[in-house]
Write a protein that binds this ligand. Sequence first.
Ligand code: PEP
Ligand code: MG
Length: 876
Amino acid sequence: MNNKFVYLFSEGNASMRNLLGGKGANLAEMTSLEIPVPQGFTVTTEACNKYYDDNKIIATEVVNQIKIKLTELEKITGKSFGSIKAPLLVSVRSGARASMPGMMDTILNLGLNDTTVEVMAKLTNNPRFAYDSYRRFIQMFADVVMDVKKIKFENLMDEMKEAKGVKFDTELDADDLKELVKRFKALYLKEKGKEFPSDPKIQLIESITAVFRSWDNPRANIYRRMNDIPGNWGTAVSVQEMVFGNKGETSGTGVAFSRNPSTGEKKIYAEYLMNAQGEDVVAGIRTPQPISKLERDMPKIYEEFMGIVNKLENHYRDMQDMEFTIEDGKLYFLQTRNGKRTAQAALKIAVDLVEEKMLTKEEAILKVDPKQLDSLLHPNFDAAGLKTTPIIGNGLPASPGAACGKVCFTAEEAKEREANGEKIVLVRLETSPEDIEGMIAAEGILTVRGGMTSHAAVVARGMGTCCIAGCGELKVNETGKTFELNGKTYTQNDYISLDGSTGNIYGGQINTVEPEISGHFETFMGWADKIRSLKVRTNADTPKDAAQAVKFGAEGIGLCRTEHMFFAEERIAAVREMIVAKTEEQRRKALDKILPMQREDFVGIYEAMEFRPVTIRFLDPPLHEFLPTETDDIIALAKEMGITFEELKSTIESLHEFNPMMGHRGCRLAVSYPEIAEMQTRAIIEAAIYVKRKKGFDIVPELMIPLVGEIKELKYVKDVVVKIADEIIAKEGVDMKYLVGTMIEIPRAAITADEIAKEAEFFSFGTNDLTQMTFGFSRDDAGTFLKNYYEKKIYEFDPFAKLDQTGVGKLVKMAVELGRATRPDIKLGICGEHGGDPSSVEFCHNIGLNYVSCSPFRVPLARLAAAQAEINNPRK
Ligand code: PEP
Ligand code: MG
């Protein structure tokens, strides 16, 4: 570890992102580009990690270095902490390696106390401004550093407004605010039992420590889990000289995107507020002005502003998201970063930047987050439904897509109702980072306040969730759980629908339809396909899903779960009959019913996949998912089988398993009852011959035997398969090859993969079961206790969603090496859920798998992740 923990902006650059965080590195880079940046210093991510290593105590060494850099900053600015001539005021902001908007804490106006506030009042000739800044600082410091709830201060503010008979904060004058400061400080004393700290150095160290602490707050942890950001990255803290957008009518503050973050259009997208501080714009408390107004009102500033915007975009070769402030007619840029954007915008910008020769195709491919593609593939409203449902209001189209659900007013309730299976739309006055879980749970988000760059808009866009912001005419009654719009009252039992692309709010339920994919998508994905080495297949069990996956670019089926073909009510009876059969004769009778259904489905699947490979897995029904439990079902099945209710019930009881996930499933069924494997082989081969004859596709069926742990059990089932398959092929007189392979989903299979490969012509890693059995976590139950593991930092991610590369991945890698040693041309793939997770796809590329297989909607994501993996670690 470096023992330099603090860097002036002039000491860093953009390549020091890991150490200085995104914000700190960019502030340093902007400084070297000679952009007007208020100066400051950054405390490193290593200092944050040290804080955690030292049991949440900021080291003296770090404190001393901060003090040294502070002195240097005082020299640079000509101002100093607590000065009665030129007091230095600073902002303290978090900045991790990856941007985590709004997830951590920020403190502004630090350095104010009873003395400096008066100096500021005199210097600016604006006591109102000075006292307004002071009261904001006390409130922020109390909230962030000392954990005194904001609402307590807001209540004092409301009381004051009521007493004064005014509606807006801006209507309070300097004396009112001075009085408010007194009350805020009294509240602080009451809550904390000590005076508000007047020494700016104490304020600073406490605030930096609070930002370190905020790295570990619940919303930051959730955000990191959703965005694959490791906890050990830590956050840096940037301390920057304050400039003021709230000094009067020649001051202002705003947020700008160098291109439209919603559509990707190459056009500045910015909004600002005069006489305001940054939090007013971002928190959406007032609705901001479009930048075109600045062009009219302050043309010189506008020109300078546009020059910097273009310089930054050209420098970073990406769309920038910037914060700026005008102080007494002078422009400053407070930060820049690569802007968050919708999936549509991400693709348009990537393609445009290549066409503008700013990026190579490889660089453009690396710019798009694969997970974002998800939102492109989600449904839109059904046109007929749109016509017949009334528009009840309109807001800013903050994040595109369509959402429909029942109204809900708090994040907590959203979470609860979603967990109970309801689809909900979250309606808020404005959202704040605390609402993150509710926003995740919601189908869509609607806010009364805020612009396109408000918290709700930025976060929803990042998540790909539909959002309408700034619907000012909406009147929310949070306690009464109603809202009023267009003269009508809506309750939590009413449905509304949101169109995040137009901003229209509909008073009813509208069905959704599949999305159309734009030309940028095709172009971009075409580049990805040319680059990648890893093939992408899909997990599909029906001809419809298979066809959908082909549309999304699937190159084959990696897993067809045959038991899933029997979920339909009219089919499940046949499977149940097979499961509960007591004799081979009874079982064969049930299998005879199943055979034609299977064959027909396989025909449909082969036809949908045309010439592409198809892997069909033999039955693997965990019994608890398939045995009848309802009396009516048991009566019906008994009747069908010609046995008594009691007889069937006692058979079902005898089949009860304490641990069905480790029970009589997978190839164990075929070992007990080879006639099941016989029937499935017949259906697979006969369907392939039929389609080959009818359509001329040269099908090579891949028959996959699941849950193998021992070479002899694989051999036993394989012999059954080969015998039947060869018989049919000979009898039909066709030339057809087929492969018999296995899933590797039991640790013993991975460990003995060299043995297994003697019989298996391919391996498909079933990492759902492999994770279950490596961790010993039940797939069905782990969710209930994993959350405790996240809280206690034992695990950061759900190992069922993101492959545990350390443990499960080690087994996969070992099996790949052992398998290839025995059979160099063995085909290797993955079909567990991890096949659609970007970091797991990268792992699969790195260990040399031939393909990943995932659900149809995740195919584009996997294609992109595979291309990124190839660029980062070329195989070609
Ligand atoms: C697996 O275990 O990873 C797998 C794909 O099989 P299933 O999820 O059907 O058990
Ligand atoms: Mg499995």
